[in-house]
Design a protein. Structure first.
Length: 303
């Protein structure tokens, strides 16, 4: 079993399972805790775990590129906040799928970059992959809009855009020689800080007391289960992030990118099991289109 878990393929599959479990914990914790506090707890638990790993591995947390970490952290935390919000209002599989549009958005950014440089010859296969992705979005959001949840759907879609921006920053950090422990630590630290600021902001003025009651719940009144779910969010996400990073570092990049989409399947199964969610046929077909377009976009981008 230990030898199996050392395989990058097994590590990627396990990461997708843990990310789906994180999403389930987000939905369960959101019954009492607001999105800002879920983000903050996810960052806090992650920062503690990464600090312990850094100490055990004698990895210094001092960095020579603090602004690069800050840009990555802000983009990533905003994407995470939008994703968590969409998870609390949409079926779990729908929210996860919209966030996985990040691969398609990266292809859009590459096309825009080519046009900006005056390169008018764009690979038509990339355009077809992008079109397929957006067709999938329409099919996924169609049943969602019918249930008057279109705002959450658009927020989930926006989380994919910001995730693409964050991934570009992660690539820049890797080129700067930053180890994965340091990258994840500063991302988690940024999440803790921004989550607290977002949670406390409505209470900044006396006139917002009513809003504060909704956004800043009394932590003492939360049931124990809510704290366990929050702990699960941070723990599952941090371990999954480490497993995924190591899988990409050791395994074939394209194979790892394809396996990553198993997260949609796992999220769908958890949604049916824990939340009694039922997905319409057009939503399932839309998820398949987004998955196919994401894999296609990744392959073309690597070429």
């Amino acid at each position: 079993m230990t030898r199996l878990l050392r395989s990058p393929f097994a590590q990627m599959v396990m990461a997708t399972v843990l990310f789906a479990a994180m999403g389930a914990c987000v939905k369960l914790a959101s019954a009492h805790a607001g999105t800002a506090w879920v983000v903050s707890m996810r960052g806090g638990v992650g920062a503690v775990i990464m600090a312990l790993i850094a100490w055990a591995s004698a990895t210094t947390l001092a960095t020579g590129v603090p602004m690069l970490h800050l840009r990555r952290g802000v983009a990533g935390v905003l994407a995470l906040s939008m994703w968590f919000y969409s998870m609390s209002h949409l079926p779990l599989a729908t929210a996860v799928t919209l966030n996985y549009m990040s691969s398609v958005w990266m292809a859009v950014m590459l096309v825009a970059q080519s046009l900006w440089r005056g390169e008018h010859m764009v690979d038509r296969r990339v355009l077809w992959a992008i079109a397929m992705g957006f067709a999938g979005v329409v099919m996924v959001l169609h049943p969602t809009i019918d249930r008057d949840q279109w705002v959450a759907g658009l927020v989930g879609l926006a989380s994919g855009i910001l995730s693409a921006v964050a991934y570009i920053q992660v690539t820049a950090l890797g080129k700067a020689g930053e180890p994965e422990v340091r990258v994840v630590f500063y991302f988690s630290l940024t999440g803790t800080t921004m989550g607290l600021l977002m949670g406390l902001w409505p209470a900044a003025t006396p006139a917002s007391a009513a809003a504060s009651a909704a956004v800043l719940p009394e932590a003492a009144s939360w049931p124990v289960s809510t704290w366990l779910y929050l702990l699960g969010v941070g723990s599952f996400a941090t371990v999954a992030q480490l497993l995924m990073t190591r899988a990409y570092a050791r395994g074939p990049m394209l194979v790892m990118a394809n396996l990553q989409y198993l997260g949609i399947v796992h999220a769908s199964l958890l949604g049916v099991w824990l939340f009694n969610e039922r997905l319409r046929w057009d939503a399932v077909l839309g998820m398949a289109l987004i998955t196919a377009s994401g894999i296609w976009s990744t392959r073309l981008r690597q070429r």
